[in-house]
Design a protein around this ligand. Structure first.
Ligand SMILES: Cc1cc2nc3c(=O)[nH]c(=O)nc-3n(C[C@H](O)[C@H](O)[C@H](O)COP(=O)(O)O)c2cc1C
Length: 362
């Protein structure tokens, strides 16, 4: 009997990359780069072990010191950080892999004790409720400084410079982090953005800053090297989006604004990738489309197979299963047993739960 090819394990053209399969390693913050934000040999080993995934998206990486969200997070700012990343990307490429940098400005999801004393910024002066882990222990989230019109071009310039730095450090492209309640998402959500200028109020206005950032980065490094991640209706870190009509209008305006740019991909995190909201965004985008069903149930083999087989997306973004299985592609392709991830070691130090998950013997 002739074997039916499984689409999840077939190649995909994404921007100027040829992916050998449609499993994309999710951006996964692992805070193992110390106070200097320089990714070292352990980080290089972690990503290199996972080079058989179709594409690796790096952990969220800060474009400016003010934009650092977590202790131990790596940056794309200082020469030492870029040298560290160059060693990572060289190692991934030598192992046959492809890797893009997730450029993440934390916005108000940080503290002066984490970001080196820089002002914490956001679209509006509204703090997140609760506490954040800083270099000085847990502290309340501060009230952010509401970025003025005059300051917005400077933030765009940070995204542009960090993206150029990423390319110079050997990354194959960048993913702009518009998801999960960080700066770009804060502009989209009516709960975190109450501005009354051209960047707030209507859905079109709230989408404008993200469109401007994506446009500027695209002009700087080329659309085929730029992806965007969004998480409509995720309701995380107080970036709440609870009005269905507003949600459709806001993300519709965003996607309509970026569609003409011809990005490498759009990546959507949403609990229901098969639903109308996500599939309408896919139709409006028209390009390579990635999905991930979020933090609830861990992405499993059957879900990933089904999402690509049923043409819900061109590729599937996989987080925790890729943490625990450096050789995930082989295990899922051949339906072999998998390691379970250990959440205790997600945000910890050292090799444990990071580079010591075993691959299967061949
Ligand atoms: C430890 C950990 C760190 C994460 N860090 C990031 C991040 O830096 N950027 C991002 O966009 N999402 C981040 N996420 C979300 C993941 O990309 C993904 O959406 C989530 O793990 C759900 O997918 P899964 O079920 O395949 O794990 C993180 C998730 C986990 C578990």
């Amino acid at each position: 009997m002739k074997e039916v090819p499984v689409k999840l394990f077939s190649p995909l053209t994404l921007g100027d990359l040829e992916l050998p399969n449609r499993l994309v390693m999710a951006p996964l913050t692992r805070i193992r780069s110390g106070q200097s934000g320089v990714p070292g040999e352990l980080v290089a080993l972690h990503y290199t072990q996972r080079a058989s995934l179709g594409l690796i998206v790096s952990e969220g990486t800060y474009p400016s010191h003010a934009g650092q969200g977590f202790p131990g997070q790596p940056g794309l700012v200082e020469p030492e950080q870029l040298a560290g990343w160059k060693a990572v990307t060289d190692s991934v490429h030598a192992a046959g892999g492809r890797i893009v940098a997730q450029v993440m400005h934390a916005g108000r999801v940080t503290h002066e004790s984490t970001n080196g004393g820089f002002p914490v910024v956001g679209p509006s002066a509204i703090a997140i409720s609760g506490t954040t882990r800083t270099y000085d222990g847990k502290q309340d989230f501060p009230v952010p400084h509401a970025l003025t019109d005059d300051e917005l071009p400077g933030i765009i310039a940070e995204f542009v410079l960090a993206s150029k730095n990423a390319i110079a450090a050997g990354f194959d492209g960048v993913e702009l982090h518009g998801a999960n309640g960080y700066l770009l998402h804060e502009f989209l959500s009516p709960a975190s953005n109450v501005r009354d200028d051209a960047f707030g109020g209507s859905p079109e206005n709230r989408a404008r800053f993200v469109v401007d950032v994506v446009t500027a980065v695209t002009q700087a490094i080329g659309a085929d090297k730029v992806g965007l991640r969004i998480s409509p209706e995720h309701n995380i870190q107080d970036a709440r989006e609870t009005d269905a009509a507003d949600l459709v209008a806001t993300y519709g305006a965003l996607v309509d604004g970026i569609a003409p740019l011809g990005l490498a991909y759009l990546s959507v995190l949403h609990a229901d990738p098969r639903g109308d909201l996500v599939q309408n965004l896919r139709a409006r985008f028209g390009g390579v489309f990635l999905v991930n069903s979020g933090f609830g149930a861990i992405t499993a083999r059957d879900e990933a197979l089904g999402l690509v087989r049923d043409d819900i997306a061109d590729a599937v973004v996989v987080g925790r299963a890729a943490i625990a299985n450096p050789d995930l592609v082989r295990r899922w392709r051949d339906n072999l047993p998998v390691n379970e991830p250990n959440p205790i070691t997600y945000y910890a130090d050292g090799a444990r739960g990071y580079t010591d998950y075993p691959a299967l013997a061949s």
